[in-house]
Design a protein around this ligand. Structure first.
Ligand SMILES: Nc1nc2c(c(=O)[nH]1)N[C@H]1C(S)=C(S)[C@@H](COP(=O)(O)OP(=O)(O)OC[C@H]3O[C@@H](n4cnc5c(=O)[nH]c(N)nc54)[C@H](O)[C@@H]3O)O[C@H]1N2
Ligand SMILES: Nc1nc2c(c(=O)[nH]1)N[C@H]1C(S)=C(S)[C@@H](COP(=O)(O)OP(=O)(O)OC[C@H]3O[C@@H](n4cnc5c(=O)[nH]c(N)nc54)[C@H](O)[C@@H]3O)O[C@H]1N2
Ligand code: SF4
Ligand SMILES: [Mo]
Length: 761
């Protein structure tokens, strides 16, 4: 029998790389930038990236150092800029040439390569193509739909974390003045488990660490995060910390390249040398084994009395119950859940015992599991019993994803806004904002599916590919009357339309934003609560583009002017001079007094964080809360694997830059599933076999993605890994983290079905 045709003919698999960045990283960054922008534009743009007076990197939320070098960016920051500042354009002509069905047949890489959107476009009911529409007609169309609803709760307003503070503040104000808290956002799929866990235990949903703390730490734990790809400049901070004597503990099922060794491209030694070995100890934890691991570490700390009793007595509650709980941990269960030996766990616990200043960093490897909130609360437990909060060189450091996701939440992009925030809005604008919690991302999908939401508006993002259960989400979107996407570039969500659909093209971070009062800047908040300004320097991709802040305020004005009870809000002044928006922010958002001036100071200002600043806790107990969580080991039936879905080195979320996951040795394709060699053997599968990946869910339903190639890889036995968003169809909508409703994108029970085996569709 002849070989089945390879699903991706150019796919090549080689050995994973040992060191991250270095000269290849620089070369790739420059090559991509020059190819998309040309040499002059590339130089002009990259020179301003992350500089004081320049623009904030549109990629991740890692903070900028106080003292900046000439090239203050990384390979993936440069790719993000190239993606936005490309010279390619998706014009009305392009949309006339391609029907929506035709566009939908292309992959996300191709869609992105068509370039920047230039004109507002509409798809009318029954139409096969998008056609141009004037801005005013577009705003009126949205207003007509919104005002025709029986209840404001029949609309949902999504936000992706790239929106500026000015846009986000205006957007939430519009939505609440309209009358709903249906504000799903990308955070619901990302660090929501972190926000929930931290709010409950320390009274604020943000991390406590500043960049300089990393330089002063004795131990930095990096759990469930791949900084070499997703927060590359974090490696420079880790390298500095290491040079100053810090130890690094990596907790990850994969031996991610950046954590093993790092060549700093900004230093000559980094370009030529073999790199700084970063992690002192790597724990290859089984997927979803972190809660058990942390409790076992807790048990050892209690046993050794390596507890900061003074801190515990002064600042926490719940110690006795926590100590009793972890001390009773069942080591047999721990070894099954973690796949680690007692000796490995003891070595990690010793590192903690020996450190009097530990920082805990984490990302999606901890947040996207059924027990994610419990796991993060356990991180907090360990930090608290060691006194690692409100102390130099120590603290909690959830590493955020989107460049302004934290700022958006500060500005009120939250389906469960705190009452004090609503009180401040009520006082400022003299109206009664809605008080009931709204829909988050998963609940928005359910509501669209069930016909309860019929207008879906998205400020950025790519909802259909970011959300779980792709087919269910797509059907839900198609049931709506209207979908509206404010976007810089074409993506899948624009092709999965409501009966009527709008694409509203917007300026990006890299571009000059001219308003009647002059050139504007915007403000953003990084992962460490530093708020600062950002100014683009490129001519806009098209004369037709409006900024997000302008689009939102036009939508608001058009919609609310027709509603009798709408509050009086100076939309026109806000969009014509963003200083006016910042004055509103200063009065409404806690910690933002003097906002306009403070964000213009060199380096910006740091948002208040009571636990970090004064060891005060806005919890019911007025203290930090130690919590007790039972360990539940996920049951994976025989012949099945626990799949985590992750990012390659050549994508930003659903935006695919290219097909090179260099560090993991994957080139020319993305439909791969990483599996342990012995698990492949146990299932009589070859390395390189073509398989379907089938997920099984507790209600007996199955979901399938087809034509993946197996790659024998160093993952823990019984687990697997594959790229997002190709595997999102496998994540059941109802499979969510307890307490945060975050899709469990890092623990999906799957089996592999070789091509040729009966397909049970
Ligand atoms: N270049 C680039 N930068 C990005 C992004 C991007 O797509 N591209 N995305 C941005 C966004 S929105 C975000 S949220 C961040 C995401 O940043 P990351 O969280 O680093 O992203 P993932 O690729 O999802 O990687 C998750 C890591 O967790 C590990 N992991 C999986 N399951 C477990 C587990 O059970 N336990 C432990 N301990 N580890 C586990 C995986 O092996 C992997 O190393 O990056 C941001 N930055
Ligand atoms: N299976 C699985 N699913 C996941 C994850 C996972 O790890 N596994 N991770 C989750 C996480 S952490 C996140 S954050 C979400 C991401 O979810 P989203 O934020 O919804 O997705 P992105 O891919 O970041 O959105 C990219 C699109 O944003 C638009 N865009 C880019 N820049 C701008 C801009 O400046 N303004 C506007 N208006 N639009 C812009 C472009 O059209 C681009 O196509 O996905 C989640 N989904
Ligand atoms: S680390 Fe993140 S924010 Fe910094 S340059 Fe790289 S991608 Fe941009
Ligand atoms: Mo994210």
């Amino acid at each position: 029998m002849s070989e089945p045709p390879a699903p991706e003919p150019d796919l090549e698999v080689s050995h994973p790389k040992h060191a991250a960045a270095g000269v290849t990283g620089v070369a790739v960054a420059l090559d991509r930038a020059v190819r998309a922008m040309g040499p002059v534009r590339a130089t002009k743009t990259l020179r301003r990236l992350n500089q004081v007076g320049g623009f904030d990197c549109p990629s991740c939320a890692w903070p900028d150092p106080e003292h900046r070098s000439v090239a203050e960016f990384c390979e993936n920051g440069a790719k993000a800029v190239a993606e936005e500042a490309t010279r390619a354009r998706a014009t009305p002509d392009f949309f006339a040439r391609h029907s929506i069905a035709d566009l939908d047949a292309h992959d996300e890489l191709w869609l992105g390569q068509q370039g920047r959107l230039t004109h507002p476009m509409v798809k009318r009911p029954g139409a096969t193509h998008y056609e141009p529409i004037g801005w005013h007609d577009a705003f009126a169309l949205v207003a007509d739909h919104l005002n025709a609803l029986d209840s404001p709760d029949q609309a949902a307003f999504y936000t992706s974390g790239r929106a500026s503070n000015e846009a986000a503040y205006s957007y939430q104000l519009f939505i609440r003045a309209f009358g709903t808290n249906n504000l799903p956002d990308c955070s619901n799929m990302c660090h929501e488990s972190t926000s929930v866990a931290l709010l409950e235990t320390i009274g604020i949903g943000k991390g406590s660490v500043q960049l300089r703390d990393l330089y002063d730490a004795k131990l930095i734990v990096v759990a469930g995060q791949n900084p070499g790809t997703n927060h590359p400049r974090m490696l420079s901070a880790l390298e500095t910390a290491k040079r100053r004597g810090a130890k690094i503990l990596s907790i990850n099922p994969l031996r991610e390249t950046g954590l093993v060794a790092f060549k700093n491209p900004q230093k000559p030694r980094g370009v030529v040398g073999s790199g700084t070995p970063l992690a002192d100890l790597h724990l290859p934890v089984r997927v979803n084994g972190d809660l058990a691991l942390l409790q076992a570490i807790g048990a050892l700390l209690v046993e050794w009395d390596a507890i900061d009793h003074v801190f515990v007595a002064q600042h926490t509650t719940g110690y006795a119950a926590w100590a009793a709980h972890v001390s009773a941990v069942d080591w047999d269960v721990v070894e099954v859940a973690t796949g680690l030996s007692r000796a490995q766990i003891t070595e990690a616990a010793q590192m903690l015992r020996e450190s009097d200043a530990t920082i805990w960093c984490w990302a999606m490897g901890l947040t996207q599991h059924r027990n994610a909130v419990a796991t993060i609360k356990e991180v907090v437990n360990i930090a608290l019993v060691r006194g690692d909060l409100g102390r130099r060189g120590a603290g909690l450091c959830p590493v955020r994803g989107h460049s302004n996701v934290q700022g958006d939440r500060s500005m009120g992009i939250w389906e469960r806004p705190p009452q004090h925030f609503l009180d401040a809005l009520a006082a400022e604008y003299d109206f009664a904002p809605p008080r009931e919690p709204g829909y988050d991302t998963v609940d928005t999908i359910r509501a669209m599916r069930d016909g309860l939401v019929s207008v879906f508006v998205a400020l950025g993002g790519n909802f259909v590919h970011a959300a779980p259960d792709t087919d269910v989400t797509a059907d839900a979107l198609r049931r709506t009357d209207l979908t509206v996407h404010v976007a810089t570039k074409l993506n899948r969500s624009h092709l999965v339309c409501g009966r009527t659909a709008l694409i509203l093209p917007t300026l990006g971070r890299t571009e000059i934003d001219r308003r009647p009062s002059g050139e504007q800047h915007v403000t953003v908040e990084d992962s460490m609560s530093v708020v600062h300004s950002s100014r683009g320097n490129l001519e806009p991709a098209s004369e037709m583009l409006l900024s997000e802040t302008a689009i939102v305020s036009h939508l608001a004005e058009e919609t609310l002017s027709r509603r009798a009870s709408a509050p009086v809000i100076p939309w026109a002044q806000m969009r014509d001079d963003y200083t006016v928006v910042r004055q509103h922010i200063a009065r409404v958002v806690p910690g933002c007094a003097g906002y306009d001036v403070n964000t213009e100071r060199q380096g910006g200002f740091v948002m208040p964080h009571p636990p970090r600043d004064s060891l005060t806790f806005a919890t019911r107990e007025r203290a930090a809360v130690l919590t007790v969580s039972p360990i539940e080991v996920l049951h994976v039936p025989d012949g099945h694997l626990l799949l985590q879905t992750l990012r390659s080195h050549d994508q930003f979320n659903t935006t695919i830059y290219g097909l090179s996951d260099r560090y993991r040795g994957i080139e020319g394709g993305r439909r791969v599933v990483f599996v342990h060699r012995e698990d492949l053997a146990a299932q009589a599968l070859d390395d390189g076999a073509v398989v379907d990946v089938v997920s099984v869910w507790s209600d007996g339903s199955t979901r399938r993605v087809t034509d993946f190639r197996t790659v024998a890889y160093d993952v823990p036995r019984g687990t697997a890994a594959a790229y997002y968003p190709e595997t999102n169809p496998l994540v059941p909508l109802d499979s969510v983290a307890l307490g945060s409703n975050t899709p469990t994108s890092k623990s999906v029970v799957v089996r592999l079905e070789p091509l040729g085996s009966a397909r049970t569709r």
